[in-house]
Every structure is written in structure tokens, then in C-alpha cells.
Ligand binder design. Structure first.
Ligand SMILES: Nc1ncnc2c1ncn2[C@@H]1O[C@H](COP(=O)(O)OP(=O)(O)OP(=O)(O)O)[C@@H](O)[C@H]1O
Length: 369
């Protein structure tokens, strides 16, 4: 799918903007704080129903204005045109319209504008704690599997109940029987979660290692594996059985700590480049490239799921990549509509500038062609 045009009114620092887009490469260029990310944010809000950098809807309305709106015209791969609108009035609830018709549930909006965003916070995927990588897995898997989404919600609910039991009821009569009941349920849901994550990580590894090799001119080999306490991962039953045993073995420790120490809520992703752990030893550029490769795998995953290429939004990804990586990145996805923000268009090689649309942004106005 492709975005044909975006119309903004009172969105962030934009007064009025009507901007058309190239079906392939678009480069939004401008100095700091001119409105480059605001334009990506407007597109994102129309696709996901919320911003990636604020939970306060009112932030999106231009200072002093009473409302904001975004109107996006896009074209599906079968040629059908669709107009998606986002409207917000200060003090009122936001509204979404598709081809002029109001949408009542956000779930009806999701998937209409298929977007993949990479922005500087995505580096957390590499740099920060395992919780960040679990969040990534949960988000990705929930996108493609509603059953996974339900399983993880249920797993977290059971986990909370077990932790509550460990903290408050360990001296109560019948504690052992109660904990055993929770353990069986936790192992059942936990095994489903772990099984799906292992399967997903397997394809994530296949896709992201190819992307990474492309972006690094085959100099680096990216490897992603799922790290869990469960060794016997043959099938659902073996995972469940081992998890159940580990829960029982760890009960004494869990009682002392007041929380459950094994299960998918403690698992992680191991991310290696040329067999070296990237979190501890990777350079900034390597970490950024690895985060990009993982995130960009979504393109392939979404394509397989819905049979259509998503639109790629890249916010400020170029700054820590050398020229070769920048060129290879653009080249790797040259058939996907891409919208990139950058402060310096010279960073992007000349041959790509000729094939792209440059959108020059200055103080909330597009001064481009
Ligand atoms: N609700 C709002 N009303 C008016 N201006 C706003 C609003 N919210 C943010 N801004 C302004 O938007 C500008 C920031 O825009 P944006 O984040 O798009 O910058 P950018 O061009 O991506 O910059 P950088 O290169 O530094 O990332 C700031 O000047 C900020 O004051």
C-alpha cells in the first residue's frame, strides 16, 4: 500500500499542510525542531489511533488552536483508494473516519494503514533490559496472532495470582495444594507462550539475518535466539512438563523472594553479531543496524500475513550509519514506500536523491516541490 497525500490542519507545529508523496522514496529534510517527526507522527496516529511519543491527545493540537486534523489518501495494492481521517477537538474525544464514515472501534482502524515505524527509541530493544525485548516479542506476536494475545494476557493474570499467593498466603493451611493448582495453569499457558515465541524467533532470525547481511554488505552475521530456562523444547507437552518441574523446584526461592522466578516473563532474546553479544560489545552503529534489522523483519512478516507491503517510516535512522549502510538500507527496501526524516540530505547518496521526493520542512511548513 502507498500513501498518496497527507493534509494537516493545526497538527503540532503545522498550521495547514497539503503534501503529496512519492510511491517509493520520500526524504523529509530540515533542521532540528522544524516538524519532520511531527509529520511522521501525523501518519502514525492515523494508522494506529495513537501517537508513539505522547499519551496526551491534546499535545497534538497546535498551541492556541481548538482542533487538529489529519487526512490521508492512500492506495491499496489492488488500486482501491481510501481516505483515513483523524480529528481531535480540545476537551473532546478523538474521531476517525474512513472514506467519510465514522469508525467507532479502534480495532476497525487498525490494519487499514499498514505502517512500520523505526524511531530512536527502538534502540532500547538492543540496549535495555530483557523486559524491552519481551515487550517487542509480545507486540509482534500479538499483531499476527490473536490467540497469542489472549494467551499472554491470561498468563500474566495467573502469574499475578501466584505471586500474590507467595507473598500473602504462604503460612495459610492448604497453601501447597493451592500453589500446585496455579502451577499447572501457569505451565499450561506459559508453554503456549514459550512455544509461539520460539517459533517466531526462528523466523525472525531467518529474516533479520538476511536483512542485516544486506545492510552490512555481508560483513556481519546477525543471530537471534530465544533464551529460556526450558531445555526440552521439542513440543508443547515437553515445555509444559519441564516448566511445571521448574516451578516446583524453585518454590523455596520463590517464597523467599515473593515472586515467580521461572517462566516466559523471565525470558529474553540473545542478539549476536559475528558471535559477539551486541548489547555489551556492539558499537552504536552496530546496535542501530541490529535494531533496524529486527524491526524491518516486520515488513516480511506483515507481507506474509496480509499479502501487502507496509509503509516504512524511518525517523532519524541515518545519523549513526555510514554511507554504505545508508545506501544498503535504502536499497534493501527500494520497492517499499519509505518516508525518512533527516537533518542532512547530503548524508544520503546522490543517486538515491535523484530517485526520491525531497520534502523540505521549515517551521511547520513544507517548502518543497
Ligand atoms: N502542539 C504543538 N503546537 C505547536 N508546536 C508544537 C506542538 N508540539 C510540538 N511543537 C513544536 O514542534 C517542533 C518539533 O518538531 P519535530 O519533533 O517534528 O522536530 P524535528 O524536525 O523532527 O526535529 P529533530 O531533527 O530535532 O528531531 C518544536 O519546535 C516544538 O515546539
Amino acid at each position: 500500500m502507498k500513501i498518496k497525500s497527507v493534509v494537516l490542519e493545526n497538527f503540532r507545529n503545522y498550521d495547514k499542510l497539503k503534501q503529496s508523496f512519492d510511491p517509493l522514496l520520500n526524504i523529509i529534510v530540515g533542521d532540528n525542531a522544524q516538524g519532520k517527526t511531527n509529520l511522521l507522527e501525523a501518519i502514525y496516529v492515523s494508522g494506529f489511533g495513537k501517537s508513539f511519543r505522547t499519551n496526551k491527545e491534546a499535545d497534538l493540537i497546535k498551541f492556541g488552536a481548538a482542533y487538529a486534523s489529519v487526512k490521508i489518501e492512500c492506495e491499496r495494492e489492488n488500486g482501491a483508494l481510501e481516505i483515513i481521517e483523524y480529528r481531535i477537538k480540545s476537551g473532546n474525544k478523538k474521531a476517525f473516519l474512513v472514506n467519510g464514515v465514522n469508525i467507532t472501534k479502534i480495532s476497525e482502524l487498525l490494519g487499514r494503514l499498514n505502517l512500520i515505524l523505526f524511531y530512536p527509541d527502538d534502540l532500547k530493544l538492543i540496549k535495555e533490559s530483557p523486559a524491552e525485548r519481551r515487550r517487542f516479542l509480545n507486540r509482534e506476536l500479538s499483531h499476527i496472532s490473536h490467540i497469542y494475545c489472549l494467551d499472554i494476557i491470561e498468563y500474566n493474570r495467573i502469574l499475578m495470582q501466584r505471586n500474590e499467593l507467595l507473598k500473602k498466603f504462604q503460612h495459610k493451611a492448604g497453601f501447597k495444594d493451592m500453589v500446585e493448582v496455579w502451577d499447572v495453569q501457569l505451565a499450561e499457558k506459559g508453554a503456549r507462550v514459550i512455544g509461539k515465541r520460539i517459533e517466531f524467533t526462528h523466523s525472525l532470525n531467518e529474516i533479520s539475518s538476511k536483512i542485516h547481511a544486506n545492510i552490512t554488505d555481508y560483513q556481519e552475521h546477525l543471530k537471534v535466539t530465544y533464551v529460556t530456562s526450558v531445555k526440552n523444547r521439542e513440543n508443547y507437552d515437553t515445555i509444559k512438563q519441564e516448566l511445571l518441574e521448574q516451578l516446583a523446584q524453585n518454590l523455596e526461592t520463590d517464597l523467599k523472594r515473593g515472586f515467580t522466578s521461572v517462566g516466559p516473563h523471565r525470558d529474553d532474546l540473545d542478539i549476536l553479531i559475528n558471535d559477539i553479544n551486541i548489547k555489551s560489545y556492539g558499537s552504536q552503529g552496530q546496535q542501530r543496524t541490529a535494531a533496524l534489522s529486527l524491526k524491518l523483519s516486520e515488513i516480511e512478516i506483515v507481507r506474509k500475513e496480509i499479502g501487502e507491503s507496509p509503509i516504512l517510516l524511518l525517523d532519524d535512522v541515518m545519523s549513526e550509519l555510514d554511507h554504505n549502510r545508508q545506501r544498503d538500507l535504502i536499497y534493501a527496501f527500494k520497492e517499499v514506500q519509505t518516508i525518512i526524516t533527516t537533518t542532512d540530505v547530503l548524508h544520503i547518496l546522490d543517486d538515491y536523491i535523484n530517485d526520491s521526493k525531497i520534502i523540505q520542512v521549515e517551521n511547520g511548513k513544507s517548502i518543497s516541490h
